[in-house]
Design a protein around this ligand. Sequence first.
Ligand code: FAD
Length: 453
Amino acid sequence: MSSATIVIPDDLARSFAGEFLRPPDATYDDVRRVHNGLIDKRPAVIARATSTDDVAVALALARRLGLELSVRGGGHNVAGRAVTDGGVMVDLSTMKRIDVDSQRRTVTAEGGVTWAEMDQATHEHGLVVPGGVVSSTGIGGLTLGGGLGWTQGRFGLSIDNLLAAEVVTADGTVIVASDEDHADLFWALRGGGGNFGVVTRFTYRAHPLTTVLGGLVAYPADEAAQVLATYRDVTASAPDELSVQVGLLHTPDDAHAPIIAVPLCHCGDDEAAAEADIEPLRHAGTVLADDIGRIPYPAMNAATDPLFPRGTLNYWKQAFVDEVSGGLIDVLIDAFATCPSPMSALVIEPLHGAAARVPIDATAFPYRREGYAVLLCGQWQDPADNEANISWVRDTFVALAPLVSDRRYVNYMGDGDSARAAYGPQYDRLVDVKRRYDPDNLFRLNQNVDPTR
Ligand SMILES: Cc1cc2nc3c(=O)[nH]c(=O)nc-3n(C[C@H](O)[C@H](O)[C@H](O)COP(=O)(O)OP(=O)(O)OC[C@H]3O[C@@H](n4cnc5c(N)ncnc54)[C@H](O)[C@@H]3O)c2cc1C
């Protein structure tokens, strides 16, 4: 069936308060686009939902027409799982309501909210909900995969702060899952991705936090070995409040100078102790730039947004490691020397503190141990450079293979990775929950838990 021939049945059209977009509708092309410009899929219809009821109607449409379904939150998934080719895309990006209960310190947000919007709403109350490190990301996909962010060491992952989720399941039933109700589903939602239904409302625990000590220090890339060694030493014994990343990249100005950048966030209350904790990271080499200071948390969470512009072509790979070994440092430095794009980055980010101490069976997130995510972010602008950049990421990953684990973070996975690597020891339990809530695998455009295996 060609996308132009889709007819919405009258009863569904009447009960849908949002907007159905099909080509050649004026906004269709803009709405089908996601963060990664490499993704160029054309849904037969985009259902722009305004409410939980609308989401149920959109699911009914996909079921009735026998079309593939995709769910779009913030649209940041690099593998492009938010968009279907020829199916029904449920677009949550018009569902933006955020309710902050400052007395109870809880926040309920709809599935289309981004972390920038969340940060702004909670900051007005002196609160924070733990998210990621780039604020243009959606709360939906990021939370359902786990949520590694700046405050993870102190407050845990995003899922560790999830108190309840309103979910529209495959048959259109609306469920509020929590530790008390549908606990099996609630367990699976926290790390199992979008496999079990559309989460229309997320309720989180929020924490008092207004400012952090944060920003970025940059050194020349030819000092990468000593900077990475300092990074390894500091993070091996860092307090929970200190989260530090390190990235080999080029300056975003016209010079495209190769640098090693150390973005960091200290969310501890003791300001003097925080300054002391980060001191070695500010003197790890010849300082090219240092903008570290006490800043509002929303500014911290948005600090690296400009490095990831919407529409850029992206190809990423990732694996967890237990330590920043000498071999890992050597491979990253060698790979960076042949990087074909000034927009790409080789990044190490920690998994640590409170996030690593949660018992393994408490949520579906499978890798509760101190370590690091090694992230190869291929980013470029010209489609003529696709092959060179994709090959560079793949070749670098091959070179890293002997040094990294087979553990993957579901939110960073691309095509070709196995879902078992993302869910690890939780896979079989996830299959049980999948069979209960989505036996026909309506929700399969994700790192899929296959109900038949
Ligand atoms: C620039 C950039 C920075 C990133 N930084 C971080 C970071 O700091 N920490 C981190 O943990 N991750 C990070 N990620 C990865 C990010 O968590 C994933 O890309 C995540 O999928 C984004 O969520 P989204 O809602 O924007 O994505 P989408 O592409 O909209 O969705 C991703 C997947 O989740 C499903 N989904 C989304 N919302 C819902 C919902 N409400 N109900 C059911 N299913 C849903 C979709 O169907 C899809 O399968 C980053 C990604 C990018 C591109």
